[in-house]
Write a protein that binds this ligand. Structure first.
Ligand SMILES: Nc1ncnc2c1ncn2[C@@H]1O[C@H](COP(=O)(O)OP(=O)(O)OP(=O)(O)O)[C@@H](O)[C@H]1O
Length: 316
């Protein structure tokens, strides 16, 4: 259902589902002089794929960073799997894949997975399980530094899947991948969802929106819509999510620019060139640092990695 009052259209804000995986209440985040997120209230249901969409700079990564607990909140609260975001108890329950592939270049894929698995306390059998899920069995003995871009993305996803986290937070995992690889990854996401995992995934690509169970549309840090693709199109009288979004943004009294892009193209062409996030895949679970550090360094910094990531970025 849609709420057409105020500045946007969204659902479930006032009556969050009792089985919500994530509850965001009045979340405001200032980064530098920017208000990256402005009074966001929403709930993300368990066992579904929720897509985060919106133009570059609208706050998708900031919302994900907040959910995994590496972002300082200016106001509001976030509850994840029943605990405040950032709680130590959540580290093994959340798999986080940032925009930057974050496996260790000088380790093979299998060694990377063993390493992350050891830190997470995952069973040794998990390595083969996630290699199979991500279709990387034939790359198990390849150095991560020798993988193609798409293979590295999948290796990062594999690392995040170690230990079977309940919640997966994926920041533009398909960026730069060709359509066949994107398709394969979406098949993986759907089977993980079918196995009971909750997935929050951001994208610039409108055709990926149709593959999500629910969509959150952000614009300039504000929530414009939160509903299923079917409800969004029905409520706006449109035949595609893209058209629904254009209609919603046009109605949005504070919208400043046009959102129209063809299906399958980035919402913002410049934003396809992603910048590296400051935290590593599974950082929220392991405390490990990105691939430039050696595993030893990563382990040494594990106790403070999450806090450091949060503090560093605020100064950047
Ligand atoms: N390290 C930082 N320091 C200060 N401001 C930042 C920082 N990173 C992002 N911002 C600002 O926060 C706002 C939201 O950025 P965010 O990265 O969350 O957007 P996004 O929707 O994920 O963008 P993209 O799709 O390009 O990754 C933007 O105005 C951006 O300029």
């Amino acid at each position: 259902m849609m709420n057409n009052g105020g500045h946007g259209a969204h659902r479930a804000d006032k009556t969050p589902s009792p089985n919500a995986a994530i509850l965001v209440d009045g979340l405001t985040i200032k980064r530098g002089h920017q208000t990256a997120l402005d009074s966001i209230t929403l709930s993300v249901p368990t066992g579904r794929i929720t897509g985060l969409l919106g133009p570059s700079g609208c706050g998708k990564s900031t919302l994900m960073r907040s959910i995994v607990g590496v972002q300082q909140l200016t106001a509001g609260t976030i509850t994840v799997l029943g605990s405040p975001a950032g709680s130590a108890s959540l580290r093994k329950q959340i798999g986080y894949v940032t925009q930057a592939p974050s496996v260790y270049d000088d380790l093979t894929v299998r060694q990377n997975l063993r390493y992350f698995g050891r830190i997470l306390g995952a069973p040794a059998s998990d390595v083969d399980r996630v290699l199979s899920i991500t279709n990387l069995e034939d790359k198990a003995t390849t150095l991560a530094g020798s993988l193609s871009g798409g293979q590295r993305s999948r290796a990062s996803l594999a690392a995040a899947l170690m230990g079977t986290p309940q919640l997966l937070v994926l920041d533009e995992p398909t960026v730069g991948l060709d359509p066949v690889l994107r398709n394969e990854l979406w098949d993986v996401f759907h089977s993980l969802r079918d196995a009971g995992q909750t997935i929050v995934v951001s994208s610039h690509v409108m055709d990926e929106a149709e593959r999500c169970d629910d969509l959150i549309l952000l614009r300039d840090g504000r929530l414009v819509a939160h509903d299923s693709p079917e409800h969004l199109t029905a409520a706006t009288g449109t035949s595609s999510v893209e058209d629904a979004f254009i209609t919603l943004v046009t109605k949005d009294s504070r919208a400043g620019a046009h959102l129209g892009t063809p299906l399958g193209t980035p919402l913002d062409a410049t934003s396809a060139d992603t910048t590296a996030d400051s935290t590593a895949t599974v950082a929220s679970r392991t405390g490990a640092t990105p691939s430039k550090a050696t595993p030893t360094e990563a382990t040494a910094t594990s106790a403070t990695a999450v806090e450091a990531a949060s503090n560093d970025e605020e100064q950047s």
